[in-house]
Design a protein around this ligand. Sequence first.
Ligand code: PAF
Length: 284
Amino acid sequence: MRVVRSIAELRLALAGTARVSFVPTMGNLHDGHLSLLSLAAQAASPVVSSIFINRLQFSPSEDFDTYPRTFERDCELLEGAGCELLFAPPEFELYPQPQSYTVQPPAALANILEGQFRPGFFTGVCTVVLKLLNCVGPCVAVFGKKDYQQLLVVREMVRQLALLVEIVAGETTRAADGLALSSRNGYLNAAQRSEAPALIAELRRIAAAVQAGAGDWPALEAAALQTLERRGWRPNYVAIRRQTDLGIPHAPGKISGKEPLVVLGAATLGATRLIDNLEIPTGA
Ligand code: PAF
């Protein structure tokens, strides 16, 4: 695997390649990232990845400075997963001056759920993703469903700005106890790690109740929040939403094949904020 640090080197390395697939990352890779690389390899080659910890998507109170930087190990994992070219720019290469042009995603999609609790997060994500797509020029880019709202925000940016790239969604990779793999799981101590699957357990409980015909969805959401609080979490939201745009379902209380649903949750355990989601099968 070749590692390039500058946009010019990247473009030279990719000159003449027609069908590039791309997996952007912030490093500290795990099996979830590797499953995205495997999807990328099925879609097109060469497979290109990036490691760039994007300051623009962190608020001042978040973990930009302490975000795990594991470059050597990441390179080994990427190489093992078939990545041929890694773009790992220093910050001054991607953001040569303060990046004063930014992408402002629509409030209806970007200021809800994650965006409500992490103001500016999706502006930072869209700005870096647009810039990385411009640098790499892939025909396919793979994003994980673990960050469900990010996937939708990026898809909508690609659609509205008519970018010439197909966005492919990768399923969430989970540990045996259900915990979604995440770079931030490493912050959990042993006791928190054994408690962490409680978040997906609550989402699964809601999905099962909705499928079984439970009609009072706000009550299901409230019960999950209460359970998490009782177990020592500080939940931000648990919400049943439309898969298409994360809006509130048109007919809450009625599951229908016409309006596929997803249940999403975010909560902090100790000092670690975890997010997860589950698409609710309609059976239709
Ligand atoms: O999901 C991530 O790791 C990041 O948000 C991304 C897409 C690499 C942009 O920095």
